[in-house]
Ligand binder design. Structure first.
Ligand SMILES: [Zn+2]
Length: 1010
């Protein structure tokens, strides 16, 4: 990151009286009493800043930003490091606590390799309210000057106060602890300041115990750092139209990084009110969870002001947010009691129109869905140039990646538009489910994410009904997570977690997509009105508070019994515990007995049954069974015909067809399970699909393909039947079954990619894809339906990837026309870009690659940038791939840190690039870990991508060696490594078991002839 130039100002005066207003504007009584203390502390704060040296220090251009940062783990002498800054700052003689290293080694029992697991705060104290003042020196040396007052209540007598804090220097002389009823007194004497690094606790040891039931105020000054790790209070940058580098400061606190911005009780159940003041330069603006109530000058610092925000409702620390930027916004008042604003950098604000047009409507729709008005007066949404996740549901101030909020219809594809709608809807659903009522602890993260991931589809469906979101759900959630949850190394969605690494690890597809899938199942077995009513009662009961999964089950059971939608002796908890507390899912084997009955049998679906498995758990579920028959096909009823209890291994039921007629189980794939049949029934279904596939519901067609091909992969059905089922696709016109088929065929294609059978398999694939290619055509037709546009994109991708001449030629031609007219963005139409860019760069050389890179640098549209970044990984030039890979993990290379995984995945998904990518990971793991810090998602995604196509025992050996070698630094990626190892073993077994069958099937069907 280039240093930011900033003229050095030396300021000599500050007036504490005005710059530190002491009144609180909380809506509840009791918020005014901090006044006197605030005056004292303001004086201290101002007094400290008075030192001219300090101001030089804070305004200085950062020579080496990280050398100021105490967070750098290489600094093993915290006292020295901080005394350097204090000496510069002119605060002489003060003791400091830095939170980068333990102050008191004796408080630490763990070694560096042994993780401390009991990281929870003592329960003796609970926070009531925070008042904080933060001054981030965004255009200076990235320091943050902070002052905080925490009002707290003592629940049990205690002689110490523990509060979360990380990467913060405290000025120990400023730390005060005073009883609420005597704020002018000298307070409780602190005998010792400790820092417990493993638990990230600052601990104040007290001379006398705090009294139960009494309120106290803890206050202190501290110094933090605007880091570049995309977590806590961090900095982001962009280049404006004039080519000037601009900085902004933003936050990402979930799950455990609020403590990096200010000292706090950083656990979700410890809700409190927050009163925030942010100092900013006048050419910038600040936003936070609540509306701003006034702005006052920072005395003695011309060009600086304090923005004071209204006190929040009680909320969790991880949902607090603030952004200081020079962004602009567009607003909407179409919701009559919520001001809705969408923010972006000025040059991109025109791309915010779509989010602005749908946001208020989705918010209003959720108000109706939950039957609870949005409790805040405003909702801001802002696109941040550097962002780790997709978006973050901070209450009243949602932060997004640019690709998740901005959309330019002239440049971005239909998929980008849907992405914006889905993410906006997801985050707005969280404003109730997650923000208003919050899971008490991260163990129930799945409930938060599962609900938001389910409701996002309903929210989008309400504004874009033609997109068939509820069909797409089956592809993107159910079938997608089936592929992960069939591994022995999966995990239950409800999982005890403690350490931040463990918490970070559960932000995975299991929590999101399995969570969403079983909630959808619940919606169908309880019926939607019952689920909604139960949900509303739960939210109203626990508003501004936290709750656990069993609380929700209780409310849903009560409603279900009242509505007669669940037998009185059955509860939601009994059913749902079997889905949340144990991992995996069942396959239901259906055997028609020929006499109008059928026998249903449940067993856990595992891709590969490991004979040496140590898992002795008896996996059984409460399974809602729905079915229909050939005589009277009706796929609409999704209420269970009967239940298989978790004690039922088999169950025989009547009402089934006699021989010669098919039965299909699991209507619209609403149940989270697979279904297997006897050979005869599969053959009848295959026949039906070929004769008239429209007799079977479109979602069930996608289900049949996905089940059949995965059952074959798991050796529970022969591939010849599965491929027969799949082959009806030549007649299919709908997107969802096509995509289910292509997803599964993609696996076989990867497995066969380097084998002798690939030629034959490719001919089979082309025989499916080319007729569809011919029917949809290469041209992007803008008025095609949304899913027809998706279908075209999918088939073009496949046709070009399989080397189809027409597709390749057209792509190369379009790209060269674009190269001749680089500023004409209309040459390659939006939906075609991903295919055209990738194909042309793969077919081309250095010239094409360099052109793509230059277009990436020049583009102002984030979705376009991402398309280009992905496409650049398609080149077949090994040296370019190696160079590109290094760029992905190098600061200032032009690739943003947030996009490095996208680059990595693209390279490792390239047949030519995959070995280069894996070798890079093995040889540079330490560099990669350092590059990210232990970031959310990221490390796991790298390993998953690197090993996705591993098929040989040599690769398996390498992966195991890697796990051993880096056991200490895998942190949140360790489960992903286990999953990759299992997946590789499965791939090896697959090749052994199925290669011949597939070759035979291809031969029998004539695909081996050139
Ligand atoms: Zn979420």
């Amino acid at each position: 990151m280039p240093p930011v130039s900033q003229s050095r100002e030396v300021l000599t005066t500050m007036d504490s009286g005005q710059s530190m207003p002491t009144l609180s504007f909380g809506r509840k009584s009791g918020c005014f009493v901090t006044r006197n203390l605030a005056v004292v502390m303001s004086l201290l704060f101002a007094g400290a800043l008075l030192a001219t040296g300090l101001l030089v220090y804070y305004y200085a251009a950062p020579q080496q930003p990280d050398s100021v940062a105490i967070r750098d783990d290489t600094l093993h002498t915290p006292v020295e490091a901080s005394s350097t800054s204090l000496a510069t700052a002119g605060i002489g003689g003060g003791s400091v606590t830095t939170t980068a290293e333990p102050m008191m080694p004796e408080t630490t029992t763990a070694t560096t390799t042994e993780k401390v697991m009991d990281v929870r705060l003592p329960r003796s104290i609970k926070p009531i309210k925070y008042m904080m003042r933060l001054q981030p020196f965004i255009n200076g040396n990235f320091s943050i000057m902070g002052y905080i007052e925490v009002t707290m209540e003592v629940l049990e007598p205690t002689s110490n106060v523990s509060i979360h804090m990380a990467d913060i220097i405290t000025f120990n002389e400023t730390i005060r602890l005073k009883p609420m009823d005597d704020l002018t007194g000298s307070g409780v004497r602190i005998t010792q300041h400790k820092y417990d690094k493993d638990r990230e606790f600052y601990v104040a040891m007290l001379e006398e115990p705090l009294m139960q039931g009494k309120q106290y105020v803890l206050s202190m000054m501290f110094e933090g750092l605007l880091n570049d790790q995309l977590k806590g209070f961090y900095r982001s940058q962009y280049t404006d139209e004039m080519g000037t580098n601009k900085m902004l400061a933003t936050t990402q606190f979930q799950p455990t990084d609020a403590r990096r911005a200010f000292p706090c009780f950083d656990e979700p159940a410890l809700k409190a009110e927050f009163e925030v003041y942010i100092a900013r330069q006048t050419n910038m603006s600040a936003i936070s969870n609540m509306p701003m109530i006034n702005t006052t000058p920072v005395d003695g610092q011309p060009g600086w002001v304090w923005d004071h925000f209204n006190t929040t409702l009680p909320m969790s620390t991880y949902l607090v947010a603030f952004v200081v930027s020079d962004f602009t916004y567009i607003n909407s008042t179409s919701n009559d009691h919520v001001l809705f604003r969408v923010w972006a950098r000025e040059q991109a604000i025109s791309q915010a129109q779509y989010a602005k047009s749908i946001g208020p409507d989705v918010l209003t729709w959720f108000e109706q869905y939950f039957d609870i008005p949005f409790p805040l007066p405003k909702q801001d949404m802002i696109a941040i140039p550097d962002f780790s996740a997709g978006a973050m549901e901070n209450w009243g101030l949602i932060t997004y990646r640019e690709t998740a909020l901005l959309y330019d219809p002239a440049v971005s594809a239909a998929r980008n538009k849907q992405r914006v709608a889905v993410v906006v809807s997801h985050e707005l659903a969280h404003q109730w489910f997650g923000d208003l009522v919050t899971p008490s602890w991260w163990t129930d993260l799945w409930l938060n994410e599962g609900f938001a991931s389910y409701l996002e589809y309903l929210g989008v469906d309400s504004i874009e009904p033609s997109w068939q979101m509820l069909e797409q759900f089956v592809l993107d959630s159910v079938q997608s997570v089936f592929a992960l949850d069939c591994l022995e190394s999966s995990h239950p969605i409800s999982i005890p977690v403690g350490h931040p690494d463990e918490i970070n690890e559960i932000f995975d597809r299991i929590s999101y997509d399995k969570g969403a899938s079983i909630i959808r199942m619940m919606n169908h077995f309880l019926t939607e009105p019952t689920l909604r009513k139960g949900l509303t009662n739960y939210l109203k009961h626990f508003e501004y508070d936290s709750a656990e999964q069993d609380d929700l089950w209780r409310f849903l059971t009560k409603q279900a019994h009242a509505d007669g939608n669940l037998p009185q002796d059955l509860t939601v908890k009994i059913i749902m515990d079997t889905w949340t507390l144990q991992m995996g899912y069942p396959v239901i084997n259906v055997a028609l007995n020929g006499d109008g009955t059928a026998t249903f049998k449940q067993e856990r679906f595992l891709l590969v049954k490991n004979p040496n498995s140590t898992d002795t758990h008896d996996y059984k579920w409460w399974v809602p069974i729905t079915f229909t028959t050939q005589d009277n096909p009706d796929f609409t009823s999704t209420k269970p015909s009967f239940w298989m209890a978790d004690t039922d291994i088999t169950k025989t039921v009547a009402g089934m067809p006699s021989s010669g007629k098919w039965v299909i189980v699991n209507m619209q794939e609403t149940g989270y399970y697979r279904v297997n049949y006897q050979m005869e029934n599969w053959k009848l279904i295959a026949k039906q699909l070929v004769q008239d596939h429209t007799k079977i519901n479109v979602i069930n067609r996608a289900q049949l393909i996905d089940d059949a091909l995965d059952l074959a992969r798991a050796d529970m059905l022969t591939y010849s039947i599965a491929l027969d089922i799949n082959s009806y696709l030549v007649k299919e016109t709908e997107y969802v079954p096509w995509k289910a088929g292509l997803n599964n065929l993609g696996y076989i294609k990867n497995m066969l990619g380097r084998t002798a059978a690939f030629g034959s398999f490719k001919r089979y694939l082309l025989s499916l894809v080319v007729p569809l290619y011919d029917s949809v055509g290469f041209e992007d037709i803008a008025n095609s339906s949304h899913l027809d546009q998706y279908k075209r994109v999918a088939v073009l991708q496949w046709a070009c990837a399989l080397g189809h001449d027409d597709c390749t030629q057209k792509s190369v031609n379009l790209f060269s026309r674009w190269m001749a007219n680089p500023t004409d963005n209309s040459i390659v139409s939006p939906n075609l870009k991903s295919t055209v860019f990738c194909t042309a760069i793969a077919e081309g050389g250095e010239k094409e690659w360099n052109f793509g890179w230059q277009q990436y640098l020049d583009s102002n549209v984030a979705t376009e940038k991402i398309s280009l970044l992905r496409a650049l990984g398609c080149t077949k030039q090994i040296w370019i791939l190696s160079k590109y890979l290094e760029m992905a993990f190098t600061a200032d290379s032009g690739v943003r840190k947030q996009d490095s995984t996208t680059v990595f995945r693209s390279i490792s998904g390239n047949e030519v690039g995959r070995d280069i990518a894996w070798n890079y990971v093995r040889n540079n793991w330490d560099t990669i870990v350092k590059f990210y810090g232990s970031g959310l998602f990221t490390l796991g995604r790298i390993i998953e991508a690197a090993s996705a196509r591993f098929t040989t025992s040599l690769m398996l050996k390498e992966l195991k060696l890697f796990r051993m070698q880096y056991a200490d630094s895998l942190s949140s990626a360790s489960r992903t490594v286990d999953q990759s190892i299992e997946r590789t073993s499965n791939n090896i077994a697959w090749a052994k078991n199925h290669y011949k069958t597939i070759v035979n099937w291809l031969t029998e069907n004539g695909y081996d002839i050139v």
